[in-house]
Design a protein around this ligand. Structure first.
Ligand SMILES: Nc1ncnc2c1ncn2[C@@H]1O[C@H](COP(=O)(O)OP(=O)(O)OP(=O)(O)O)[C@@H](O)[C@H]1O
Ligand SMILES: O=P(O)(O)OC[C@H]1O[C@H](OP(=O)(O)OP(=O)(O)O)[C@H](O)[C@@H]1O
Ligand SMILES: O=C(O)c1cccnc1
Ligand SMILES: [Mg+2]
Length: 550
């Protein structure tokens, strides 16, 4: 199958977001386009770099997300008749009408886009995307490309950090839609949380659109809507051992009495409403029974009721899945629940009972997970919403889109803040690896330079600090850019979300643990070649006016 065919197969589930269209941009892009057009710059060409300057979440790494969406945007880049009508109404009446004819014909066919693979670990100042083409068109892409990359990368990075905190043996579910920054924020959060290492989402539309596993339990409302087992109209369940219908309430009540003695929990304190809710949920989902157990009191009610239902289900040949705890001290309550499960497993010789799943939720963030790990807990799965999807710890990644070349001439943007000075000209990026397989340093070179060669001594320089430089003999070198878009089409086979998720894991594996660590991580080095250093600083000097003292 060709690249085109594989990217267009209808079964691809990464559906294009219909809000992403050329007018999803800032007004100034169109006014600049008109001014460029008016000054007859339609044949000018330009190169822009899309990059960020600082890793989010006080970390030292970022995961690149959003590339496929950028490419889909380029595929569909074309102003519709109604867009043109709207612009005609909105822009000043002095605008010459033939500009709208020009705008109507624009597509991204003359644009060339280089990018790092989606899901790669990336670092500040290394452009994630390099866009070349007609100045007007590549300028018009700015805002949309930024909005597509910024949140996606932030979310994927956030999720990857939660995954690192939780370790590989705990499941992570994204529960954030209700708290997300609107519908698109919610959908993007589900998608990029999955890429970053979450195992599933509660968001059904994300499941449908992106083929992400959907998972869920039930809410407190379900539990509190019941008062008593006597109100249940459906009471029976088929016994898988003999095919007969059996009363699950009777069986559960009888188990509750037995367990009350074993666990020293008074039956009178346990909620009958909760019991009724759990029995009814078990009847509805006997093969997938998960119970929310903190509505009244985990220790005095929830655990007892859940275990009674789970044992009754077991009598009928069904294995319960587990519990969700959504308040209180999650370390203590999860350990208490596990102890109870182990005790029951031993007492009644039901080994799998010891391994029932314990899901914890309630305002969980990265710090909570680290703290729970320190305390020791028995949680198998975290359900995480608000902090994850709103990226509460840092709500934006500062990707920028900077002009670095016009008509083949490098451009530099100066700043009082040295680190904000742009790196001029067309550049290529390489990742250099040491003998241990870990990434050592990223290196930017002018595109006209020869690429670096493995096992050869290379001088890598800090882009702005003259004193900081090092010789590196890399064992392996990987060029970071591929041409992803040229001649109006996508040039690479695009991986599906699962493959991108795998790539995140792979890419993170090549980053040293001290760079990924949560507290005071070591910065990863991003360097420039000697040629690029000299070129940049010479241009910098040339463009900096000499002050006058009087
Ligand atoms: N063992 C623990 N260590 C650290 N943080 C925890 C632990 N257990 C729970 N938390 C966190 O502490 C916070 C407790 O939230 P809060 O004070 O609102 O209590 P709550 O249990 O939700 O109370 P409520 O019963 O009123 O809902 C949550 O953010 C939760 O993730
Ligand atoms: O806490 P988050 O990380 O955002 O995770 C999602 C939350 O959303 C749900 O409940 P919600 O608080 O909406 O209602 P509930 O009180 O019925 O649980 C769930 O029970 C979690 O607490
Ligand atoms: O399925 C759940 O338990 C769930 C879904 C969304 C939000 N909170 C919890
Ligand atoms: Mg809650």
């Amino acid at each position: 199958m060709s690249v085109d065919e594989s990217n267009n197969v209808h079964t691809r589930l990464q559906v294009h977001n219909c809000v992403v269209q050329p007018l999803l941009t800032d007004l100034y892009q169109i006014t600049m386009a008109y001014a460029y057009w008016k000054s007859e710059k339609t044949s000018d060409t330009a190169v822009f770099d899309l990059f960020f300057r600082q890793n989010p979440f006080q970390g030292e790494f970022t995961i690149f997300g959003g590339l496929e969406e950028c490419l889909r945007f380029l595929e569909n880049f074309n102003y519709s008749d109604s867009d043109i009508e709207y612009l005609k109404k909105t822009l000043p009446p002095t605008i010459e009408q033939s500009f709208f004819g020009y705008l109507k014909e624009l597509t991204a066919k003359d644009v060339k886009l280089y990018a790092i693979d989606e899901g790669s670990v990336v670092f500040p100042r290394v452009p994630l995307i390099r866009v070349e083409g007609p100045l007007i068109v590549v300028q018009l892409l700015e805002t949309t490309l930024l909005t597509l990359v910024n949140f996606s990368s932030l979310m994927a990075t956030n999720a990857a950090r939660y995954r690192m905190a939780a370790g590989d043996n705990v499941s992570l579910l994204e529960f954030g839609l209700r708290r997300a920054q609107g519908p698109d924020g919610g959908l993007s959060a589900s998608k990029y949380a999955y890429i970053g290492g979450f195992d599933g989402t509660s968001n059904l539309l994300a499941g449908k659109m992106f083929n992400i596993p959907v998972k869920g339990t039930h809410a407190h409302a379900y539990i509190t809507s019941f008062s008593n087992p006597s109100e249940l109209k459906t009471k029976t369940l088929i016994n898988l051992n003999n095919g007969k219908e059996q009363d699950l309430i009777d069986l559960t009540l009888s188990w509750r009495t037995t367990l009350s003695n074993l666990l020293h929990i008074s039956e009178s304190q346990a909620s009958d409403g909760e019991l009724a809710a759990l029995v009814s949920f078990a009847i509805a989902f006997p093969e997938g029974f998960v119970a929310l157990i903190d509505t009244y009191d985990v220790n005095k009610s929830g655990i007892l009721n859940f275990c009674a239902v789970a044992l009754a289900l077991n009598d009928l040949g069904y294995k319960a899945i587990g519990v969700r705890i959504d308040s209180g001290d999650l370390a203590y309550l999860s350990n208490k629940s596990r102890e109870t499960f182990v005790k029951i497993a031993k007492e009644f010789n039901i080994p799998w009972f010891a391994n029932l799943t314990i899901i914890a939720s309630n305002d969980i963030n990265e710090e909570t997970i680290w703290s729970l790990n320190d305390q020791k807990h028995s949680i198998d799965c975290f359900g995480i919403g608000t902090h994850l999807v709103t990226c509460q710890r840092q709500p934006a990644l500062g990707c920028v889109y900077k002009l670095v070349e016009v008509n083949g001439t490098p451009r530099i943007k100066l700043s009082q803040d040295g680190s904000k000075i742009t790196m001029p000209g067309k550049k290529d990026a390489f990742r250099l690896y040491g003998a241990d397989g870990f990434a050592l340093i990223d290196l930017l070179k002018k595109s006209v330079e020869d690429p670096p060669i493995a096992k050869t001594k290379l001088l890598c320089r800090h882009p702005f600090d003259q004193k900081k430089r090092a010789f590196v003999v890399p064992s392996e070198i990987k060029p970071l850019y591929k041409v992803y878009w040229e001649n109006g089409r996508i040039m690479q086979r695009l991986p599906d979300l699962k493959e991108v998720r795998e790539h995140v894991k792979e890419s993170l594996r090549t980053i040293r643990p001290d760079i990924k660590r949560n507290l005071n991580p070591t910065p990863y080095k991003v360097s420039v070649s000697d040629d690029l250093y000299e070129f940049m600083h010479e241009l910098w000097m040339r463009n900096t006016p000499i002050g006058e003292l009087s």
